[in-house]
Design a protein around this ligand. Structure first.
Ligand SMILES: C[S@@+](CC[C@H](N)C(=O)[O-])C[C@H]1O[C@@H](n2cnc3c(N)ncnc32)[C@H](O)[C@@H]1O
Length: 278
């Protein structure tokens, strides 16, 4: 069962770090680019969007600036407070609400009220399948027919490299072989708190979303082939030309089916079809 108090406390303590994350390295800048360009492709101006796990609201603000009506939800009250303080009433009634709540407990959000739902945070912090299923079912219920969900998943891929170091033989390295096949939960220290991250391969992501009747539209690696690079390699993308070349390479490879899951994170886009959810 997920320790929501720890997640809320960690993100409350890390509001600035999380806000600055998407401009902190070329790969993080690429993340914002690869996600926001898909948002623009699927979400038209004037749409209603519910951002669940909005954090300090970079994507919510991006959508508000495109004349969308946006509701933000997060476990971290301070992340939402920093978002509303930053936008300072600028978007008037287009900010529908900003409310502290868990992705698994959204009975208060009206059914079939949104053209799009962002679920870009909760699914890799909810550690039980039951909780992930609830969050996905809530997103499905909130969406209008024909609406789109955008979910971020974390991949087990980054666990593989350290396991290869010092391994005598991949034939006897059971942990490596298991990691290649299985989903897992890893731990990371953030702001002095130990947080769990659920990691799954795209096949599972697709399966759990489709079980809730989503129709899979796209799966896109975020860091993708950029996750082969270490800090030293990445520091070489230090001018606009080399950064643009990196962005082009990531964009050209991010939906190659042979590479899906070879990444830290990936974005799933699903559609609520016209079928009835029994
Ligand atoms: C890494 S941040 C991502 C913020 C933003 N969506 C983005 O993609 O940049 C993850 C956010 O998800 C929130 N979160 C995690 N689990 C959640 C849950 N069960 N319900 C609501 N928010 C959750 C965290 O508090 C945090 O603000």
């Amino acid at each position: 069962m997920t320790d929501r108090n720890t997640i809320a406390a960690a993100y409350d303590a890390g509001v600035d770090e999380e806000y600055n994350r998407l401009v902190s390295t070329p790969l993080c800048e690429a993340e914002f680019m690869l996600v926001s360009e898909l948002l623009s492709e699927y979400i038209s101006e004037g749409s209603t969007v519910i951002d669940i796990g909005a954090g300090p609201g970079r994507y919510a603000e991006f959508l508000l600036s495109k004349n969308c009506n946006v509701g933000t939800i997060d476990l971290s009250a301070l992340s939402l407070a920093s978002f509303t303080k930053r936008i300072n009433g600028n978007y008037g009634k287009s900010l529908l609400f900003s409310k502290t709540s868990c992705a698994t407990e959204l009975e208060w959000v009206q059914s079939e009220s949104a053209d799009a739902v962002l679920l870009m945070g909760p699914l890799y912090h909810l550690t039980s399948e039951e909780e992930r299923t609830k969050a996905i079912a809530n997103s499905y219920r909130i969406l209008k027919k024909g609406g789109f969900v955008f979910s971020i998943f974390m991949s087990p891929y980054p666990k593989l490299n350290p396991l290869l170091e010092g391994a005598d033989s991949i034939l006897t390295n059971r942990e490596l072989i298991n990691t290649v096949q299985e989903n897992c939960t890893t731990k990371v220290m953030f702001q002095g708190f130990e947080i769990e991250q659920y990691r799954c391969w795209p096949l599972y992501a697709r399966e759990i979303m489709e079980k809730q009747d989503f129709i899979t539209e796209r799966i896109r690696n975020i860091e993708g082939v950029g996750s082969f690079y270490n800090k030293q390699n990445l520091s070489e993308f230090d001018n606009n030309n080399s950064k643009q070349a990196l962005f082009r390479m990531l964009r050209n490879t991010c939906e190659n089916p042979n590479l899906l899951g070879i990444t830290h994170q990936y974005l799933y886009v699903g559609k609520k079809g016209d079928n009835i959810h029994l």
